[in-house]
Design a protein around this ligand. Structure first.
Ligand code: HMG
Ligand code: MG
Length: 306
């Protein structure tokens, strides 16, 4: 007789399309389009949307409209609107924009840390200390994101110990949640479980999230593998938008519509209306002038057309 692993009954899906999804777009997406996207996603029922990034506009020009976006969105009660904050300058802007959660973002790879935020891992943690303290003093949630936890575009392999070390440091900074990110989408299911298990030795498994880019088509398998080891928070991007400007060749996050289709099929509660997400994906894909990258989204649209 085979035994099935127990999966979580409920998951939290963090929609990162307005930030991770759009940050890599070459053409400037007007603030009012971003606002409409966030509003559509809010109405679809997400309890957490990554809506902004207060980084240097010289490094990521697309995110320069973040304050305008945050000022004009219609906030749904109970939804957490998050913003990336690499330093105190970013934190002050996030606070002024009434972000509910700030995200400090580091890396398990030294090489990627230098390319992405222009400092070493140790320097980044030192820089995050003041951001973490300010977040707590101001009653904001604090999330820590760890890039390249499964592989790095510059150094290749990333040892499990390096992931454990950064998880510990993020935990000691007081993070409420920690993201384990596959920036370049190279992980496969067993590797994912090994990394998640190492992270879970350092931090509560129910506050660890999986952030999978879908470059090699492995993201859904990695999500299922993470569910099997008890992870119940996942990041995804409507229509599969995205990529990191400092990870060449990396494509978007796993598409939200695909993740919802999986969760619905597994009978796992998300609280999110997949049809409204499909509509939001259609809206932003039309604006960008291309077909959406979500397989489930495209199939559901085709089905509607009959
Ligand atoms: P730096 O050049 O070392 O910083 O950049 P600096 O402190 O020397 O400042 C240089 C200039 O930037 C100054 O302006 C500052 O005012 C300005 P200038 O005097 O030259 O006119 N500046 C800022 N402006 C606005 N907001 C700020 C800010 N800070 C400094 N917060 C820095 C260091 C971290 C700022 C820079 O490297 C940077 O902005 N990097 C952002 C990289 C980024 O956004 N990457 C994408 C997001 S991470 C990601 O996608 C991965 C994730 O999805 C997980 C995964 O998939 O792996 C989260
Ligand atoms: Mg990412």
């Amino acid at each position: 007789m085979s035994t099935q692993p127990e999966l979580p009954k409920k998951v939290k899906i963090i929609e990162v399309g307005p930030r991770d999804g759009l940050q890599n777009e070459k053409e400037a997406v007007p603030a009012d389009v971003k606002v409409e996207l966030v509003n559509r996603l809010s109405r679809a029922g997400f309890s957490n949307i990554e809506a902004a990034s207060f980084v240097s506009p010289k490094w990521v020009p697309q995110m320069a409209t973040s304050a305008e976006v945050m000022a004009n969105i219609t906030r749904r009660e109970g939804t957490i609107y998050s913003a990336l904050t690499p330093n105190m300058q970013g934190f002050e802007a996030a606070l002024a924009s009434r972000a509910d959660e700030v995200v400090i973002f580091g890396s398990a790879s030294e090489a990627f840390s230098q390319k992405n935020i222009n400092c070493s891992i140790a320097e980044s943690i030192a820089r995050f200390e003041s951001v973490a303290k300010a977040a707590k003093d101001n009653g904001l949630r604090l999330r820590g994101s760890i890039s390249c936890a499964f592989g790095c575009p510059y150094q290749g392999e990333v040892p499990l110990d390096a992931v454990a070390d950064v998880v510990r440091r993020m935990r000691d900074l007081g993070c409420d949640e920690i993201d384990i990110a596959d920036t370049i989408g190279v992980s496969t299911a067993r590797k994912t479980q090994a990394v998640m298990q190492v992270a879970a030795q350092e931090f509560h498994v129910d506050r660890i999230s999986g952030h999978f880019h879908d470059t090699y088509g492995q993201a859904l398998a990695n999500i299922y593998a993470s569910l099997e080891v008890g992870v119940s928070i996942f990041h995804s991007s409507v229509s599969g938008l995205g990529g990191c400007p400092y990870a060449k060749g990396a494509t978007g996050n796993v598409a939200t519509e695909d993740v919802l289709f999986l969760m619905n099929g597994l009978g796992i509660e998300t609280g999110i209306d997949i049809d409204m997400v499909v509509d939001a994906g259609h809206f932003i894909s039309q604006h960008l002038g291309r077909k959406g990258a979500s397989r489930a989204g495209n199939a559901l649209i085709a089905k509607r057309a009959g």
